[in-house]
Design a protein around this ligand. Structure first.
Ligand code: SF4
Length: 444
């Protein structure tokens, strides 16, 4: 928990020497509390003061990274219980399991499928970002060989999951360069697993039967020299898991309880693809930093990634696209011209419907501060002047020979004033974007 100005003041020399640039130690302490100064500015700060401030300023939930280069992922460092209080920072990582019982073509096909689990949604690439190799065979050698084969077949961040420290040591030795997340460390194996993690500089998964057991376990792992830990609760029902994960988040954030100040992981390896998708989304919402699933069905993975995308956006900043003219397809001087707003969801919906029409068109995007058509119109962010100014700014007249502008059906009421302001003939398009393709094919 952050220290108050008075608590910091008690740790300072109280000589008022002014070397920090402040008139008094108290003024410096207040500036420190408000994060307007740095402790290094006081050359006389004691080691005790430095340690206390470092401890107080450490994030309540640690950041854990694994994977290598462009495929490194990071989880944790969340600061709030609810998204609307601020925002969630590090999106949940979806991992897909690979059993070490898979061999030959079956292993190859699963890896090809995992590598293909990438999608584009509202202009952003979303994808499965990790692969979890599971030691189902119980064999040390088989686990190590499968880890090596998976590492060769894909670049995604890797999780190595085994009950056996020997198997973990063998597999970690083969793929250490990829910085895998190693697990599991239980009360009877924590020191052995921590030793392997320390040797390869990898983070560790601590697995406990309860939140209390996890708190004890992380202290053991930390005292063995490993600070990067991911927590997981063993074999719980969805309800118990969500309760446990919520308790962990609340204790870490509200009580600054350091033994639980770590990101979390959940496994959803049973049930149909639809059930896995539903369970995973529940765990993404509360509060799993990593979710390992068994399904590789596109239709089951996409909703999980979509949920992550929605939850991990800043609720105070609508996702926007740049205000400009977007040519869709092989446009010509006769191509239709439409306008919409710069709210990402609105723009990409319109864009995909224009693409689907196969009628090359120009979309003029009006800056409405990331709001949709009706919201922008009712808030006067979308009006005839805004449209006319944007068209003028981007010289839309030079792009086409005609002077016809298609407007969203929801703002048909703008037609008269817009015609006066732009001098263009206004054509009222459909209210719903889904009808746009048919509309363009008919009018083009
Ligand atoms: Fe106090 Fe340190 Fe600033 Fe001197 S430099 S006034 S001791 S806080």
């Amino acid at each position: 928990m952050a220290l108050t100005g008075l608590q910091i003041f008690k740790l300072l020399p109280k000589t008022n020497c002014k070397k920090c640039g402040m008139p008094t130690c108290l003024a410096f302490a207040m500036a420190l509390a408000q994060k307007k100064a740095k402790l290094e500015d006081c050359p006389f700060a004691s080691d005790e003061a430095k340690a206390a401030l470092a401890e107080a300023s450490a994030p309540p939930i640690g950041l854990v990274k694994f994977g290598k280069g462009d495929y490194e992922v990071q989880v944790g460092q969340e600061t709030v219980m609810f998204r609307h209080e601020e925002k969630f920072y590090n999106p949940t990582v979806i991992a897909v399991n690979v059993s070490d019982k898979l061999t030959g073509d079956a292993l190859k096909q699963r890896m090809e499928k995992i590598n293909s689990l990438q999608f584009e949604r509202v202009g952003t690439k979303i994808m499965v970002k990790a692969v979890a190799v599971i030691n189902d065979s119980g064999s040390v050698d088989t686990f190590a060989q499968t880890a090596q084969a998976v590492h060769k077949a894909c670049s995604l961040a890797m999780i190595l999951y085994s009950d056996s420290p020997e198997a973990l040591a063998a597999a970690a030795g083969k793929v250490a360069e990829s910085v895998p997340l190693l697990g599991v460390a239980r009360s009877d194996s924590a020191e052995a697993v921590a030793k392997i993690a320390k040797e390869h500089n990898c983070p560790v998964i601590a697995e406990g039967n309860s939140v209390d057991e996890l708190a004890e376990l992380t202290e053991t792992i930390k005292s063995a020299g490993v600070e990067n830990i991911v927590l997981t609760l063993k074999g719980k029902s969805l309800k118990e898991q969500m309760y446990g994960l919520t308790k962990i988040r609340a204790l870490a954030l509200k009580k600054t309880f350091r033994p639980l100040g770590f990101p979390t992981m959940s496994c959803v390896l049973k049930g149909s693809a639809a059930e896995q998708s539903a369970r995973a989304i529940s765990l993404i919402c509360k509060y799993s930093s990593i979710v390992v699933v068994e399904t590789v069905e596109n239709w089951a993975i996409l909703p999980m990634l979509t949920a992550i995308m929605n939850i991990f956006t800043d609720p105070q900043k609508p996702v926007q696209v740049e205000s400009k003219v977007y040519p869709i397809g092989e446009v010509t001087k006769d191509s239709p011209v439409l306008f919409t707003t710069n709210f990402s969801l609105t723009y990409y919906t319109v864009e995909s419907d224009v693409e689907a029409s196969r009628v090359p068109s120009y979309i003029v995007v009006i800056d409405t501060e990331g709001t949709s058509v009706l919201t922008a119109y009712s808030g006067d962010k979308l009006n005839e002047k805004a449209v006319a100014d944007t068209m003028k700014k981007h010289d839309v007249e030079s792009l086409v020979n005609h002077r016809k502008l298609i407007i969203p059906g929801y703002v048909a009421v703008m037609s008269g004033k817009l015609e006066e302001e732009t001098g263009w003939e206004i054509m009222v398009g459909p209210r719903e974007s889904s009808v746009l393709a048919k509309y363009l094919q008919e009018v083009a």
